[in-house]
Write a protein that binds this ligand. Structure first.
Ligand code: DQA
Length: 146
């Protein structure tokens, strides 16, 4: 099993970015935790971040045939990007939507997700632990699907 964790805009600033909302853990620390989890489960994991919508679109295109699943924290593009939604619809790779914060408890513009209708599910509000739960959830989903 091979998973891609894709992080969108501003998530490179985790640890210093609005810590009252997103916590003090950096993205590099989250990646280490995710790689440890992947090793424990015996799966391959690639961890990426980009601030550019087109780079994220192309990462989703490139996942086809290469990864069994994508865990996507699309950041603010969650709430704006028809392009990401269309890429997911075309990719033939299951996508699990992930957010550190509970987007449904925040500003109303964050309640709308273009990812949700094309995702297998959504994890939000659990902070960095959500990444680890998303890995477990995707592995379980793939196991049940196989
Ligand atoms: C986020 C939630 C988004 O609304 C926000 O734009 C982000 C981070 C989260 O992980 O909680 O950049 O995706």
């Amino acid at each position: 099993t091979s998973l891609l964790i894709l992080n969108g805009p501003n998530l490179n600033l985790l640890g210093t970015r609005q810590p009252e909302v997103y916590g003090a853990t950096t993205l590099a620390e989250i990646e280490i935790q995710c790689q440890d989890k992947a090793n424990a489960l015996g799966i391959d994991l690639q961890f990426e971040q980009s601030n550019h919508e087109g780079v994220l679109v192309e990462a989703i295109h490139g996942a086809r045939g290469k990864f069994d699943g994508i865990i996507l924290n699309a950041g603010a593009y969650t709430h704006t990007s028809v392009a990401l939604m269309d890429a997911i619809s075309s990719a033939d790779v299951p996508v699990l939507e992930l957010h550190l914060s509970n987007i449904h408890a925040r500003e109303s513009f964050r309640h709308k997700s273009y990812i949700a209708p094309v995702a297998i599910g959504q994890i939000c509000g659990l902070g960095p632990a959500g990444y680890l739960l998303a890995i477990e959830g995707m592995v379980t989903y793939l196991g049940e699907k196989a």
